[in-house]
Design a protein around this ligand. Structure first.
Ligand SMILES: CC(C)(COP(=O)(O)OP(=O)(O)OC[C@H]1O[C@@H](n2cnc3c(N)ncnc32)[C@H](O)[C@@H]1OP(=O)(O)O)[C@@H](O)C(=O)NCCC(=O)NCCS
Length: 203
């Protein structure tokens, strides 16, 4: 089961989490490994997680940062990104990516960006001005849309929130798309207010 598929570094990370977080983490890591295996056409047990963190390094001993896998002793030919929100997980992947191709994906619940001070720390001045032009009823959705675009972009670059989000303008940025989510998946309705963004670059 989980213990056999996940790497020791992933298990160690899970062990440090509170039960609810651990459950979501383990479920998404297992789903991710089965997803990656199905794209690569190999058994999930042949993959070993190998993450890359700009501060801690990369390899099978790392279980945070940009996701990846080792297959048959080398990097699996898969560019992958993942995001969790509201009990759901979204993956984006490219099999046999051309050199330099990177992807980033983010799933966001609009309720998560509804707090005082968010705009000041998260949005550029131009984005704040833009938000003020949006009618009040759509503002929460628009704010979360911008945030999903920022997180997708920062996962694509690998920097994450080491970059100040109020320095990254995502209003019109080539390589960034808002994703249209279905109303339901796997026989279950998606929560209202859920939205997603995808970033892709080829350097
Ligand atoms: C990644 C980030 C931008 C958004 O994360 P979030 O909204 O909290 O959570 P999401 O579910 O949308 O995304 C989490 C996923 O992003 C991915 N991710 C994390 N850091 C990443 C990075 N630097 N580059 C690319 N992808 C990354 C992982 O797949 C992670 O999944 P996991 O929880 O299974 O490890 C933000 O959390 C972040 O910047 N984290 C880095 C924090 C950090 O560096 N801590 C110090 C470590 S030394």
């Amino acid at each position: 089961m989980a213990a056999e598929l996940l790497s020791p570094a992933e298990s160690l990370r899970a062990d440090a989490m509170a039960p609810v977080l651990r459950r979501d983490f383990l479920a998404s890591r297992l789903a991710q490994q089965y997803f990656a295996a199905s794209l690569l056409g190999v058994p999930a047990a042949k993959l070993r997680a190998s993450y890359a963190c700009p501060e801690c390094g990369a390899g099978p001993d790392i279980a945070h940062g940009r996701p990846g896998y080792v297959l048959d002793g080398g990097p699996a030919p898969l560019m992958l990104s993942a995001s969790r929100s509201s009990g759901w997980v979204l993956f984006a992947a490219v099999v046999h990516p051309e050199p330099g191709l990177q992807v980033g994906v983010d799933l966001e619940n609009a309720a998560g960006t509804e707090f005082a001070g968010f705009d000041d720390v998260a949005l550029t001045e131009r984005e704040r001005r833009h938000l003020n032009t949006v009618d009040a009823g759509s503002r929460a959705h628009e704010r979360a849309r911008l945030w999903a675009r920022k997180e997708a972009w920062l996962k694509m670059t690998g920097e994450g929130l080491r970059v100040a989000p109020d320095s990254l303008d995502v209003l019109e940025r080539p390589g960034l798309w808002d994703l249209e989510l279905p109303d339901s998946a796997d026989g279950r309705d998606l929560p209202a207010g859920l939205l997603a963004a995808l970033a892709v670059t080829s350097r």
